[in-house]
Design a protein around this ligand. Structure first.
Ligand SMILES: *[C@@H]1O[C@H](CO)[C@@H](O)[C@H](O)[C@H]1NC(C)=O
Length: 336
């Protein structure tokens, strides 16, 4: 009898310790800072890269043609890395780390020498319809050393900081009306805590940043005249944080097109690079011409060239022709 009590006490204290460890772990995880990666600029202090989105279709819908031109422009600009705005694998992400789509839609498609650089990828809503953890698995990096995909993270390039934000879990309809789709919400639930922690982390990272240029990369649109249009949840929850923290660019995919919208209310430029495969949806909504700088319903990609004082972007079509260019400059030393 007595020994049973003692044993119970022992079990209880073990359980208590265990709960404490779990609670502490949860606290540490939920308040952890966004993971940071470093990618140095070139010796002359410049940086160039390509941005591509909504692509993995085993080469079809002009994916291979876009990839070919990316290779040529990538060579010309001597790019340092590539950014993907998500929807990396259609239709339903990857089934696992052994899904042949990784090889057929990525490794075997982006074969040009200039594209053998680091790829920084976010997840799109289609990626969440598969085994989402597979895309973030280090196993993929072993299969193709270019691959890096996380939900949200920071890329520090000395002259600019890139903030990659996981926007799919913000969209209500994926939870309330998923239709026939099954989303992989492992690591997201409880959703409210996930979203509020993410917004807190992005806000504090932006506030702490001393970078000259601040770029935010995500899958979902904030401003778009395409089929999907604006993403209400992102406009309401993320945009105010970007506007309060001197973000220069918001770069997204989701709408399968190329687009540049300027904000009349802040210096933020809204750039959509989602034209890496299936496009030509033919769905164009009205947008204030004072904000709409460029709209192209077809396939292509975007480049960025950055120095400490100058930022230049360009959009290219499937023939590698420049469709639109835009640039801006900053003084080296500005009095805040
Ligand atoms: C491929 O690109 C060409 C040139 O823009 C376009 O005419 C054609 O419709 C595209 N094909 C597909 C399947 O989107």
């Amino acid at each position: 009898m007595a020994s049973r009590v003692v044993r119970n006490k022992k079990t209880m204290s073990k359980t208590l310790t265990f709960s404490c460890v779990i609670l502490c772990l949860f606290w540490v995880l939920s308040t952890a800072e966004l993971q940071r990666f470093q990618h140095g600029a070139k010796e002359d202090g410049s940086l160039s890269l390509l941005v591509v989105g909504d692509w993995g279709r085993r080469g079809s819908y002009n994916q291979s043609q876009v990839a070919l031109k990316m290779g040529i422009i990538g060579e010309k600009l001597d790019i340092d890395f590539v950014i993907s705005t998500g929807d990396n694998f259609y239709d339903n992400g990857l089934t696992g780390v052994d899904d042949s789509a990784f090889d057929d839609s990525f490794t075997k498609i982006y074969t040009a020498p200039s594209l053998q650089k680091q790829w920084y990828n976010v997840l799109g809503n289609h990626d969440y319809r598969g085994d989402v953890e597979a895309q973030m698995s280090p196993v993929l990096k072993k299969l193709d050393s270019r691959w890096l995909c996380l939900r949200s993270f920071i890329l520090d390039t000395e002259i600019a900081e890139f903030f990659f934000v996981d926007t799919t879990p913000f969209v209500d309809s994926y939870f309330t009306n998923p239709k026939d789709h099954v989303y992989d919400w492992r690591g997201i639930l409880p959703r409210k805590a996930y979203l509020s922690n993410l917004l807190k982390d992005v806000d504090s990272a932006l506030k702490k940043s001393t970078a000259k240029w601040k770029f935010v990369v995500a899958h979902h649109t904030i401003k778009s005249a395409g089929f999907h249009g604006i993403t209400r949840e992102i406009v309401d929850q993320l945009l105010p944080i970007l506007e309060a923290n001197n973000v220069d660019l918001y770069v997204n995919g989701h709408d399968h097109l190329l687009q540049h919208i300027s904000s009349l209310h802040s210096p933020i430029q809204f750039l959509t690079s989602g034209g890496a495969s299936k496009a030509w949806r033919g769905d164009v909504n009205w947008w204030d011409p004072k904000e709409m700088k460029f709209f192209y319903d077809g396939q292509g990609f975007m480049s960025m060239q950055i120095t400490p004082t100058q930022l230049d972007i360009a959009f290219y079509d499937v023939f590698g022709q420049v469709l639109h260019k835009w640039g801006t400059s900053k003084k080296l030393y500005s009095a805040f």
